[in-house]
Ligand binder design. Structure first.
Ligand code: SER
Length: 313
């Protein structure tokens, strides 16, 4: 991979922290350039880390050329809850970062792009159960609107300029290497930290709010898999539905109580409840299974035990 390096934008975030480790292991740390506005949690976590603002197109282009980058994983984004509080900043970050990267691909400076979409593209009038790939898409959050616009942009760049951009509609992600930040599904990560510290947890969603979720290892595998699948097998050029598990805060509390019987959750829904209510309960990921062999491995039981095992180390 000498002149074929990978740039990860947003490497210090929830997905980036895990993804960089996997990419470094697979392709060699010398071939992975990790970048973010914030430094990684642990010093010297990455062989190559640069501070980079994806909105600064001039510096982005210069770095990509200097480092001989051929693939970009664009993870920098403002998530659903945060975006509601900073509409303009979130629109600018979520849309301009994508167009900057797609332009690099259109100009053939890079060859391939990964960009995550989200279950937030669905809205209150989408079917709730087993939400299909192709359905009504009327997102009610600004985050969902940026993700839907992003999907359309990806498809446009593919159809018109043959830009090889690949995408997944990610559900709530649960991992132990980093906290989530600014999302509506963040409770499902935070709750583990509280349980381990023997503290009660106040959940910002109601106990019956069911949402699609996924253990981080499954998400990383999906990203690596879609990026290494033959181009002709990627038939959906907006973004693929993928799914793993669906559960409510109450169900997660019950699982956690197996490990910490005295653990208690209070429920105090806030503005995030409305966002959660507009999202599906479960997702149909038939196309991802057929086109590139996707299959989730982690159930609620398994992800709970993995979280406690890794967090207590
Ligand atoms: N986890 C994300 C959020 O809550 C969904 O894409 O915003």
């Amino acid at each position: 991979m000498k002149n074929n390096k990978i740039l990860v934008i947003g490497s210090s975030g929830q997905i980036g922290t895990d993804l960089c480790l996997s990419l470094e292991r697979i392709y060699g740390a010398e071939n992975i350039i990790c970048s973010d506005l914030n430094p990684p949690k642990e010093k010297n976590q990455h062989k190559n880390f640069i501070k980079l603002d994806v909105l600064d197109n001039k510096i982005l282009t210069r770095k990509v050329k200097e480092e001989n980058i051929s693939e970009i994983y664009l993870l920098a984004a403002s998530l659903s809850a945060l975006a509601e509080k900073n509409v303009l900043i979130s629109w600018e970050l979520n849309m301009n970062s994508l167009i900057n990267v797609l332009e690099l691909a259109r100009k053939k400076i890079i060859k391939k792009v990964f960009w995550p979409s989200s279950i937030a593209v669905f809205g209150p009038d989408s079917p709730k159960l087993n939400t299909p790939q192709n359905t009504i898409l009327n997102p009610s959050s600004i985050y969902g609107i940026t993700k839907l616009a992003g999907e359309k942009l990806c498809k446009y760049y593919y159809d018109k300029f043959d830009v090889d951009v690949r995408s997944l509609r990610l559900p709530g992600l649960i991992g132990w290497r980093s906290l989530a930040g600014g999302g509506t599904t963040d409770y499902a990560v935070e709750i583990f930290y509280y349980a381990l510290k023997n503290n009660d947890y106040t959940c910002f969603l109601s106990k019956e709010t069911i949402l699609p979720m996924m253990y981080m290892d499954d998400a990383i595998e999906a990203i690596l898999k879609i990026m290494t699948t033959k181009k002709e097998n990627i038939k959906i050029r907006t973004s693929y539905n993928i799914s793993a598990v669906s559960f409510t805060p109450k169900e997660l509390e019950k699982q956690i109580k197996i490990y910490f019987p005295n653990f208690n959750v209070k429920f105090k829904p806030d503005y995030r409840q409305k966002i959660a209510d507009s999202w599906p309960d479960s997702i149909d990921d038939q196309e991802a299974k057929v086109d590139w062999g996707w299959k989730a491995k982690f159930s609620l039981e398994k992800l709970t035990s993995e979280m406690f095992k890794n967090l207590s180390n």
